[in-house]
Structures are given as C-alpha cells and as structure tokens.
Design a protein around this ligand. Structure first.
Ligand SMILES: *Cc1c(COP(=O)(O)O)cnc(C)c1O
Length: 510
C-alpha cells in the first residue's frame, strides 16, 4: 500500500474508518510488545547510545511511509528505551503509571480534539469541565463562590495562584491595576513566603511575575520538613520592620522530596491576620482528599484562596492534567481578557467560554480523563489505592531504619522515602561526606544503567540521597527489599574496589 493514497483524516468513509482502526490497533500492539511487557524499568542504554540511535533514525519526511511501518519503528527505536512507568521498580519521581481508563480517554481526547477556550469549540466538553471543577470544589470543601480550571500541571497552577495574589494585593494595598498599568514602583517591596522545601516553581513564578527571586522569603521547616509557624511569625515581624509587603503565603501539601504537609490551619490563621493570600500547592498531596484514612491531613485547605492540584501524579492520569481552584471566582477578573472572535464580552452571560480563566488559549479536554477515571474506578477504590502506597512507604521506611547499612532521612508522610547508603569504611585521605555522596551517586546510576531500578536522587542538608516515590500500588514490599539488597551490594562492592584503588594510589604517592 502506498502511503500517499491512504486516508489521512476520519471522514465517515469506510476507508478512513479502517485506516483509523488499523492505526490505533497498531499503536496498541506496539505499546504492548515494545513497552508494557518489558521486564526492566529501563533498558539501561546510555544517553550517548540513545542520542546516536535518534540521529540514525531513518527519516523519510520527504516521501512519507506507511503508517504501520512508522509505528513499528517507533516501538523498536523509541519505546524500548523509555522509562517504563508501569514497572514496579520505576519509582523515581512523581511520575505515575496511568490508569487504563485515562489512556482510553486520551484516545478519545486526541481523536475528537475539542478545544476548551471557547464554547463553540467544545460544546459538551465545556460543561463536563465545569462539572469536574464543581466536583473538585466540593471535594476541597469550597462553597458556591468557588471556581477553577484545568491546567497543564502544577507549574501553571502555581503561577496562576501567585499572579492573582499579586494583582489582588497590589489593587488592595496600592489601588493600582497591574493588568492595565504594569507593576507599580512599590513592587520591589512585595514578598512571597514559602517553606525552604517548597517547590522551585514558586521562585520561578516570582521571576516570571516581575518580582524576582528576591521576593521569595523562605521559612524554616521542623524536623518533619513542615513549615514552622513560629519561624513564620519571626519572618513576618522582620518584614514588617523593614517596611516590606508580604502578600502571599504558599503552603505546600506534599513536598516533592518528603511528602510533608505544612500545618494548613495555623498557616491560614497567619494569612488572615496579616492580610495575605493563602495559596496551597497540593500538586502532590491533593489526592489525599480521596482517601478516607488520610484526608484529615488536608484539614484547613478549604481556607486557601487558591489551590494547585495535579492529576498526573497521585490521581494516576496520563500527562498532562492538573487544576487550579479559586475560592472566590470573581478573582479571575485579574486575568480576564476579551477577544471578539473567541469570547466577546456581550456573550458572557449565556455561553461559558473558559478561556477567561486560563493562561492557555487552545487547551486540551483533559477533564475527560479524570471524569472517566473517577466514573470507572470510583472514589472508594481510588482512595484505597492511595492508602496502599502510603502503607508501602511506611513499611519500607521501617526496613530502612532497621538496617545499619542504610539511613532513613525522614518519617514518610506520603509515599516518598528518602534514604542513603552508609559507607562502612573510609579510604585514606577521603572526607566522609564526599565519599558517601560519591557512593550514593554511584549506586543510583548503577541501578539505572543496569536496568534494575529507576530511583531519584536528591540532596538533604547537602548530602546526596536516594529517593523512592511509591506511586505504583502494584509495587510490593518484597520488591523494594530486593532493591535495597542491590543498593547495599553495589555500595559495598564499590567501597571495596574503589576504596582499595584509592588506598593504593595514596601509598604510591606517599
Ligand atoms: C510536581 C509539582 C509541581 C509542578 O507541577 P508540574 O505538574 O510538574 O508542572 C509543583 N509543586 C509540587 C509540590 C509538585 O510536586
């Protein structure tokens, strides 16, 4: 079959229908044979080999090629060297195996290609998204004043929260309209507060919002990595003395490394007292609202002026999928713009055009994924999946704590577990911390490049650590213990081999 004669679009003809069926079927088979059945979380191929492989890919852009051949090539050259997110040992990041329901929804989203910016591009989809937002507002115990929008993820949701906080504060404190007039001269006095382990997108947003990293004031955390309210009080006093304007408090519900949840109630009291916007970054921890065992950990989140929640993390949706929730919907006015061709002002009352609530114009119908997933899985089972992963994290933390060759860095509050390998001996003339960092880095890379496990690395108080992020409910304690055995095996092997080499080198030089 020549490719140029094949139907390119669905058009209701039998030829186009079979081309669609065959293409989706071929994509399916490739996923099953080149990805889903892989027995390792990563092929282990080095970045160099993969970059050569990509360069060597036979590009037939000039003439085109049959789609089934294209799909096969994708399977062989690309999918085989993917992070196998469905594998129980792919446990590095907040990077989930997607629910089958979410994947099926993706096919529908892609094929029907609705765009959420204006109602005339997403007639029923607009109302489904509104319905999902209303479900989410109820879930987070917001009242009928609330509203929200689906976003590409936490980065965008955090930026939106901080943008609205900035503009509301500048209007309130200075009677100035940022949307029309840009930043006022006093903007350099504005300060944002967050904990020292808040997500980097807080600083990134500060820069994007024209306030600069200098506007971010970080507050110390307690031994469980939660913002310390007394330290916040001290920072607020300092800012007051310096005549600076703290306008937003960012609380994190689920920090990326530790899963720690800031004390939301105490922070909401401070936010009220000091007239600050409270934004809760619940990108990771927001999913606890589905769990009957753990949802109490988010008590107080309903006092937030805005909330970030990600669905492509603990809600098991394929990337990308997130939401921004706003306690007082009229605050969207700081972003609202009208375009005659999309959302004319005169039309606002009878047809919803969601573009006014988003930083994106053309936007995917990601709400369908969450809708289909909840509709299929149900909140109760969803909650128990999350509970399983939290129990797994606390169980493996116990194993780590009891092992003298390993050090646990925190008591997990969600399903992330940070730990490190503890070296037994120190080669001559080596600094202990440096040596430990080197070994921990080596262990993590070996696990990755031998295709044994994909773990994350992070630093805690300057020390190199490894991290499990246990989103996959099918990962077992037994599998994690086997990975820990490998961690210790690789670590002690390196200590012996590399330690000896270094000792000998020392001898020859001395
Ligand atoms: C993941 C994450 C973000 C960023 O979200 P993206 O969806 O990756 O854009 C922000 N904050 C926290 C706490 C996160 O875990």
């Amino acid at each position: 079959m020549t490719s140029f004669a094949s139907p390119l679009f669905l058009d209701g003809s039998p030829e186009s229908e079979s081309a669609f069926r065959e293409a989706v079927q071929a994509a399916q088979e490739t996923i099953l044979f080149c990805f889903a059945n892989l027995d390792r979380p990563y092929s282990g191929e080095s970045p160099l080999v993969l970059s050569e492989l990509a360069k060597g890919m036979n590009r037939t852009f000039a003439t085109g090629e049959a789609l089934d051949a294209v799909i096969q090539q994708v399977g062989q050259s690309i999918l085989r060297h993917s992070a196998v997110v469905t594998h129980p040992a792919c446990i590095a990041h907040l990077h989930c195996p997607p629910l089958i329901a979410s994947v099926a929804a993706e096919v529908i989203i892609a094929a029907t290609n609705q765009s959420m910016d204006s109602w005339d591009q997403s007639m029923s989809a607009t109302f489904v998204e509104e319905g999902m937002i209303s479900f989410l507002c109820d879930l987070f115990r917001y009242d009928h004043h609330a509203d929200g929008v689906f976003t590409s993820g936490g980065t965008q949701s955090n930026l939106m929260g901080l943008l609205l906080a900035r503009d509301a504060a500048i209007e309130r404190h200075l009677g100035w309209n940022v949307q029309k007039q840009g930043l006022p001269p006093e903007a350099s006095k504005l300060r944002m507060l967050c904990s020292e382990v808040a997500h980097f997108t807080v600083s990134q947003s500060a820069a994007l919002l024209g306030l600069g990293h200098q506007a971010v004031v970080t507050v110390e955390v307690d031994s469980d990595y939660r913002m310390c309210p007394e330290a916040l009080d001290r920072k607020l006093m300092e800012l007051e003395e310096k005549g600076l304007i703290p306008f937003v408090l960012v609380a994190t519900a689920g920090t990326t490394d530790f899963g720690s949840i800031d004390p939301l109630k105490s922070l909401s009291e401070r936010a009220r007292k000091y007239d600050m916007w409270l934004h809760v970054d619940a990108a990771y921890g927001g999913a606890l609202k589905l769990s009957s065992l753990h949802s109490y950990k988010l008590d107080g989140i309903e006092y937030a002026d805005s909330i970030t929640v990600d669905f492509h993390k603990l809600f098991y949706q394929s990337i990308s999928c997130g939401a921004f929730l706003l306690r007082e919907k009229s605050d969207f006015k700081y972003m609202q713009l009208y375009a005659d061709y999309l959302n004319p002002e005169s039309e606002q009352s009878h047809t919803p055009n969601l573009v006014g609530k988003s930083l994106q114009t053309t936007r995917r119908f990601d709400a369908l994924k969450l809708y289909m997933s909840l509709q299929h899985v149900g909140v109760e089972r969803f909650g128990s999946i999350i509970d399983t992963t939290i129990a797994l994290a606390s169980n493996v933390a116990v194993s780590i704590e009891q092992d003298p060759s390993l050090e646990l860095l925190h008591k997990p509050s969600l399903n992330a577990v940070v730990f490190r390998y503890v070296p037994h001996q120190l080669p001559a003339s080596r600094d202990y911390e440096q040596w430990s960092d080197e070994i921990n880095g080596h262990i993590r890379n070996t696990l990755l490049l031998d295709g044994i496990a994909v773990l994350a690395r992070t630093k805690v108080a300057g020390k190199a650590c490894m991290k499990f992020t246990l989103l996959n409910p099918q990962t077992t304690l037994h599998q994690l213990e086997a990975i820990l055995e490998q961690v210790k095996g690789i670590g002690s092997h390196y200590e012996i081999e590399e330690g000896q080499k270094q000792n000998e080198r020392c001898k020859t030089f001395s």
